[in-house]
Write a protein that binds this ligand. Structure first.
Ligand SMILES: [Zn+2]
Length: 146
């Protein structure tokens, strides 16, 4: 399965912070890592240097299945950022991973038609290489295992 995409067009790219660096480094390798608290035995998101539940600083980065469901979405017809003008309509989304955390992302490789998208539909991660240094996870509709 090829999960790396090379979107067309030049856009601004995220600038990883020290807290999010493991997330972006992993994405650049084609892996989705999410922060995990061993004390709480649970994942959390967005990346922070401490657990948002128990405030311990001993966190781990663990691989995600890369699978989840579409929690909510919006089809964008007018980009707020002119860099995205050639991409409309596109789909901004919140994905709930199987690990239970939610990520703000884009839904790609789909028809941006409200009749064809639904909350709860299965999705899987793909990786968009935005530059030589920065890759970001996106999600696309997934086939349901029989
Ligand atoms: Zn914790």
């Amino acid at each position: 399965m090829t999960t790396e995409r090379r979107p067309s067009g030049r856009k601004s790219v995220p600038f990883p912070s020290p807290e999010s660096r493991p997330f972006f480094d992993a994405a650049h390798r084609g892996e989705l890592l999410i922060p995990y608290c061993p004390a709480c035995q649970d994942y959390f998101f967005y990346p922070r240097p401490f657990c948002p539940r128990c405030f311990r600083w001993e966190i781990e980065w663990r691989p995600s299945s890369g699978r989840g469901t579409l929690y909510t979405f919006a089809i964008q017809y007018q980009p707020l950022n002119p860099e995205w003008v050639d991409d409309v309509p596109y789909v901004t989304a919140v994905v709930e991973l199987d690990e239970g955390v939610r990520l703000f992302t884009l839904l790609v490789d789909c028809d941006p038609d409200p009749e064809k998208l639904r909350c709860g539909m299965p999705v899987e991660v793909v990786f968009d290489r935005l530059s030589d240094d920065v890759t970001v996870p996106r999600f696309r509709p997934a086939e349901v295992a029989p």
